[in-house]
Design a protein around this ligand. Sequence first.
Ligand code: HEC
Ligand code: HEC
Ligand code: HEC
Length: 372
Amino acid sequence: MRNFRKHWGVARWTAGLAAWAAATGALAQPGLTRVDRLMYLGNPTCTGAKCHSGDPKMQGGQLIGDEFTIWTDSDPHAKAFKTLSNAASKAIASKLSIESAASSARCLSCHAADVPAGQRGERWALDQAVSCEACHGPAEKYLEPHAKAGWTAGQRKSLDVKGMREAHGLLDTSNLGLRATMCTACHLQIDKDLVDAGHPELQFEMGWYNEYLWNENYATHWTKPEGDPVSARLWAIGQMVSLDAARAQVESWRAKGWDASSAEGLVALYGKGAEVAKKHFGAGGVDALQTAAISAASAAAAAADLAGLAGSAANQQQREIVLFGVASLVFSCHDLNGTEPPDEFWDIYDGAMSAEGAAFGAQVQALAAMAK
Ligand code: HEC
Ligand code: HEC
Ligand code: HEC
């Protein structure tokens, strides 16, 4: 059985999410969500025992201190660079006539923090994989000030996401819109020739991916805020941001002369998901969803509608997007009620992972019915 709740329970997130303008196309580039000009200092600058690899302690309302330890031991991103030397990578690279995946920009753009030479600090290295700075931004300007307790929380009060990025190079991952944009830059936009050469097709569902719920050995270094339907928020915001990313992928494939029909399937599915989100949580878009009131009843209704889309999922990739979304909404209901999904949740979930057609639809509906 999955010990999926082992790292939950402590509300580590700060409240008060800054306004996030959806029109930040500059962040939505495939590969690293890069901040130009500033230096990436490298993981060793984050790892001091009093910083991010010691015992966690409360700071500005968050429990901070063990992030590097968790990332090293149980974050899939820590092994993203090593993957480029495995047999699967060698096979993909050879089909694309790439000599070495571990030194090709075509792979490093998502499997490492492959920034331009002028932005590589002395302690930066490719084998630091999807590093701290790959998600949080280059540390050049914020390294020193952010070590002061409460500094980041204070900046969030006076600056919005764009301001944080411009003034300090800091990507404010507590903003769910920014977070989804950052994740989908690597998780939803890949070249078709890579997929044709055997790279896993990329699909994304923000609520489930945000909790790393695939593998019991994975753990995030952040936790869910208590009593907030954050999985439902992440699902809804994720549908909208993924829709944008999937559209960008279609445009890019077409521009390169590739058949974009499989990518179009994702656009259609996220589009339907975004409609379900608007119907139940309000039509305000990504910004409004950060704070929109979401009740157990509205999350349950959204889960039921989403389960109704099971029939329009054309393949395993699309079935997982529906399944993960329904599961995220079920979790949200239980988070709001302070309860846990029933024991049979994971059995039905596992069954749905390998089901197709009507059997898949029935299992997803059974999961949606657990949203109470
Ligand atoms: C710089 C690119 C990049 C960013 C940004 C990124 N990821 Fe990843 N992610 C990867 C790569 C590459 C892998 C595959 C690692 C491997 O197995 O080698 C991965 C793997 C994962 C996995 C494991 C998937 C599986 O099937 O085992 C999860 C879950 C995940 N990422 C979630 C997220 C979330 C959530 C975010 C945003 C908070 C995010 N990622 C941001 C590149 C990225
Ligand atoms: C657009 C970003 C992106 C690019 C470019 C990219 N990958 Fe990946 N790769 C990912 C993500 C994200 C995953 C995890 C997929 C998942 O499980 O959801 C992944 C997974 C993989 C996996 C399977 C995971 C494993 O542990 O075996 C292999 C192998 C892989 N990538 C190799 C490559 C190679 C080789 C290249 C270059 C030819 C490459 N990737 C380029 C994002 C990317
Ligand atoms: C895949 C993207 C990703 C990577 C890689 C990553 N983080 Fe995070 N980090 C996040 C997200 C998402 C959050 C949750 C939102 C928040 O609190 O800002 C977070 C939260 C944090 C927090 C706030 C504490 C908390 O409990 O929420 C700290 C401190 C932190 N990360 C440090 C690090 C350090 C140090 C590393 C490198 C070892 C690292 N992060 C690597 C995405 C990432």
